[in-house]
Design a protein around this ligand. Structure first.
Ligand code: ADP
Ligand code: TRP
Length: 321
């Protein structure tokens, strides 16, 4: 069972990203043939600063390695290291009706927000289809906003297979329904675009600053407090087992402690949880050559599969070698 996913290489990650996406990947590496690539060609749709594009690619690799992706269990590479994906992108474009792309929500949303659309943004789902079909992925874990892109991939694959026989495996998307939405410091969904995040890689000082901004009710120190619906409690819960939850609930209902105490508890929980990840990140930031080696190894493996697959594809479409 091949599981494949592409990660966007943009910006700092928050604990919503961790519990909503990365944690699942770390679990998936234990019992599936997991392929993860850094979608740096995709980032060119919006990012024009070469240094940032380059830096984001390495940063994304460092982030995932630090958070527990094990290069001995996972094939991890940078998308641009396997150029075959661009050849397939072009070939698949000939099997992609305009209407299919015109209906894509993600494209339509961006246009509605006033983003100046370029062709890459429009044809983005075709490159994503190439990413998936080139490696015969069975399962594609994605966030909910990407489901339609996997469906477009299936439509393109079906069109191609109808013409040329069973060349492509039809992928299925997988979203994680077990994780509920992680709230931000204002209680809304935590999201980069709402400016309400708590970041994973953080100095203690800035972590405290973010946590201190969490909105709470105005109960006095002595009063018993409601844990249900409390933003601080909901965030603490992510890091606690059943006993830990029970203990914290008791502290809330007993009274005698203010929200400041619970916030400090949250700071401790976050620090402990990501302590190893922070240390690993420091290490990789100082040893980027090791990161590049990991990406090289992954690219070699991915390329072998891609070359094999492209031979078949070229043959059926009539590209002579
Ligand atoms: P953002 O909203 O900050 O831009 P993205 O859209 O880049 O985050 O999300 C990347 C991944 O993290 C997706 O798989 C998404 O489902 C997950 N994710 C993002 N925010 C949350 C959250 N608050 N709770 C749970 N999962 C989240
Ligand atoms: N579009 C995805 C996102 O924004 C990233 C991505 C690119 C991807 N290619 C992919 C995800 C292939 C899964 C499979 O998150």
């Amino acid at each position: 069972m091949r599981v494949l996913t592409g990660i966007q290489s943009s910006g700092a990650l928050h604990i919503g990203n961790y519990f909503g996406a990365i944690k699942q990947m770390v679990e998936l590496q234990e019992n599936s043939d997991l392929f993860i690539f850094i979608a740096n060609y995709h980032s060119l749709t919006s990012l024009k600063d070469a240094t940032a594009v380059r830096q984001n690619t390495i940063d994304a690799a460092i982030t995932y390695l630090s958070l527990g992706i094990d290069p001995n269990k996972v094939t991890m590479w940078a998308q641009s290291d396997v150029k075959e994906v661009l050849e397939l992108y072009w070939i698949l474009s000939g099997y992609t009706p305009m209407g299919l792309l015109e209906r894509a929500h993600s494209y339509k949303d961006k246009v509605a927000k006033g983003i100046n659309a370029n062709h890459a943004l429009f044809s983005y789902p075709v490159l994503m289809a190439a990413d998936i079909l080139l490696y015969d992925a069975n399962i594609v874990p994605v966030g909910k906003d990407q489901i339609q892109h996997v469906e477009i991939t299936r439509d393109i694959a079906i069109k191609f297979n109808n013409e040329h026989g069973d060349i492509f495996t039809l992928p299925k998307f997988k979203t994680d329904d077990t994780t509920s939405t992680v709230p931000g410091i204002d209680g809304q969904k935590m999201s980069k675009s709402y400016g309400n995040t708590i970041d994973i890689f953080n100095s203690k000082k800035s972590l405290k600053k973010q946590v201190n901004k969490i909105v709470t009710d105005s109960a006095t120190l002595e009063e018993p407090k409601e844990f249900d619906g409390c933003n601080v409690y909901n965030l603490c819960k992510l890091f606690l087992d059943e006993d830990g939850e029970k203990e914290l609930q008791d502290r809330y209902t007993k009274g005698g402690e203010g929200h400041g105490h619970f916030k400090m508890h949250l700071v401790d929980l976050i620090t402990t949880h990501f302590n190893e990840a922070n240390e690993k990140r420091e290490y990789y930031l100082n040893n980027t050559n090791e990161v590049l080696e990991i990406l090289d190894d992954g690219a070699k493996k991915a390329k072998t599969i891609a070359e094999e697959k492209m031979k078949k594809i070229r043959e059926v479409v009539g590209i002579y070698r």
